[in-house]
Design a binder for this molecule. Structure first.
Ligand SMILES: Nc1ncnc2c1ncn2[C@@H]1O[C@H](COP(=O)(O)OP(=O)(O)OP(=O)(O)O)[C@@H](O)[C@H]1O
Ligand SMILES: [Mg+2]
Length: 222
């Protein structure tokens, strides 16, 4: 299987759905990256999802006359809240807010996207664009053509309940297949010639399998 590791960098979006195990996953990845770096340079860049932090914004945006613009930036800041929660200030995991900071940030960092998005405000401000598409945008900005989305299911499940191992983004767009990703993500991946591996974060060995290019349980959006 094609590896999610290019030029020593791996971008991982850590879904809000994994909030209960999120910190364990961060610690696991920190230890893995430290160990791996003894052989080959490896930097893991974690991008937080929104999870429960984004729900109040979504509810407010439905109940009040808040503009999409306001809701968009509040939702981006919900990712910051999850990022702070994941780092928790105790594991030595740096929080970075620009691409330039990544190189000095060690083997694992958590990227907070607000400033990057403000500087290059080209994504639509709708609920079709949330943390999955933002993670793809940031990965592209860093120069990576793939990223891993960690979530609480094994990947995209079809209507018969079977896991889809690989699906072309073109097919997702044509069939309006959404699965467990942002509505906008397939279009963004196609426009930017990117791919994405959807992996169940409850099984850390699957994450390292994807990083190392080994066959594993996941869905690849190609
Ligand atoms: N066809 C499908 N295949 C897989 N999961 C699906 C599908 N349709 C809906 N889902 C749901 O999508 C959920 C995962 O997406 P969700 O947006 O809740 O989590 P996340 O992306 O990890 O978190 P966040 O968006 O907060 O960062 C799964 O728990 C599952 O219930
Ligand atoms: Mg989601």
């Amino acid at each position: 299987m094609e590896s999610a590791r290019c030029k020593g960098k791996v971008i991982i979006k850590l879904g809000g759905s994994l909030i209960e195990k999120g910190r364990d996953i961060v610690r696991f990845l920190r230890d893995y990256a430290e160990e791996e770096s003894k052989k080959n340079a490896l930097t893991i860049i974690l991008i937080p999802g929104g999870g429960p932090f984004v729900e109040p914004v979504r509810n407010l945006s439905e109940d009040t006359s808040m503009s999409e613009e306001t809701a968009h930036w509040m939702a981006v800041l919900a990712m910051h809240q999850y990022g702070l929660f994941l780092a928790n200030g105790e594991f030595g995991i740096p929080l970075v807010e620009s691409v330039d900071e990544i190189d000095g940030a060690g083997h694992v960092c958590i990227l907070l996207p607000y400033k990057i998005l403000k500087a290059e405000d080209c994504l639509p401000h709708t609920w079709d664009v949330t943390s999955d598409t933002i993670a793809a945008f940031v990965a592209n900005k860093i120069g990576e053509k793939t990223f891993i989305k960690l979530t609480d299911v094994d990947g995209i499940i079809d209507e018969k309940g079977h896991l889809i191992g690989e699906i072309p983004v073109k097919e997702m767009i044509e069939k309006e297949e959404r699965g467990c990703v942002d509505a906008e993500l397939p279009r963004f991946l196609m426009q930017n010639k990117m791919s994405c591996f959807i992996v169940n974060g409850n099984f850390p060995n699957r994450i390292t399998d994807v990083i190392e290019g080994k066959e594993t349980v996941c869905t690849k959006l190609s």
